[in-house]
Design a protein around this ligand. Structure first.
Ligand code: GDP
Length: 191
């Protein structure tokens, strides 16, 4: 899957800017600072690839990367900015809804959850949007190296409980640490 070179294709701010739906894609969603850029970099083995999408001004774009010739990896903007102006949030939510419900080549969403924090209200909102858009999603626990095993088990139970309320949720949770490389081969295989 990642044998070919991973490259940044484009940042999209409106539906008419989407690349043609000519290959399968998966998307990554998560609260800002969850470790999404770091995870995408670890998955693709390319340092600082997703960093470009993390710079101010790019944060409200849907960023497309190629993974080999056959897939797109799609980096959705981080959500949960407390101080983003309402019109910006509304515009972003509109685009997100349109993308999730209208993108035929979207095969799965990965919802990233910080292993220290568990599922928060905004995560539940995104999961509900995925339910109503009929997009199967899978939770990826990030920064697992930051918590002790007992804490991790507690968070996993909380996440499983949250997932039981979402019909579009795939039950298996992928535990990762981009720092340590944990779960990265598993996630690559799933993609
Ligand atoms: P994003 O806003 O979701 O793209 O988050 P970033 O990828 O920029 O990561 C936010 C912060 O968490 C950065 O300081 C990263 O170095 C750190 N981080 C990301 N992944 C890991 C991880 O697996 N383990 C640890 N310990 N820190 C991480």
């Amino acid at each position: 899957l990642f044998a070919g070179e991973t490259t940044f294709v484009k940042g999209v701010v409106a539906m008419d800017g989407l690349p043609p739906p000519d290959r399968m894609e998966v998307c990554f969603a998560g609260r800002s600072n969850v470790g999404k850029s770091t995870l995408i970099n670890a998955l693709t083995g390319m340092k600082a690839l997703a960093r470009a999408s993390n710079t101010p001004g790019r944060t409200q774009e849907i960023n497309f990367f190629t993974a080999g010739e056959e897939h797109y990896l799609v980096d959705l903007p981080g959500y949960g900015y407390a101080n983003a102006p309402l019109p910006v949030v509304e515009k972003w939510q509109r685009l997100l809804k349109q993308y999730l419900s209208g993108r035929q080549t979207l095969r799965r969403a990965f919802v990233l959850i910080d292993a220290r924090h568990g599922v928060k209200k905004v995560d539940n909102e995104i999961m509900s949007l995925l339910d109503s858009s009929a997009v199967t999603f899978q939770v990826v626990l990030t920064k697992a190296d930051k918590v002790k095993e007992a804490e991790r088990e507690k968070i996993l139970t909380q996440v499983k409980d949250a997932l039981s309320k979402h019909p579009a949720a795939y039950p298996e949770i992928v535990v990762t640490s981009s720092e340590k490389g944990w779960g990265i081969p598993t996630l690559r295989a799933i993609i």
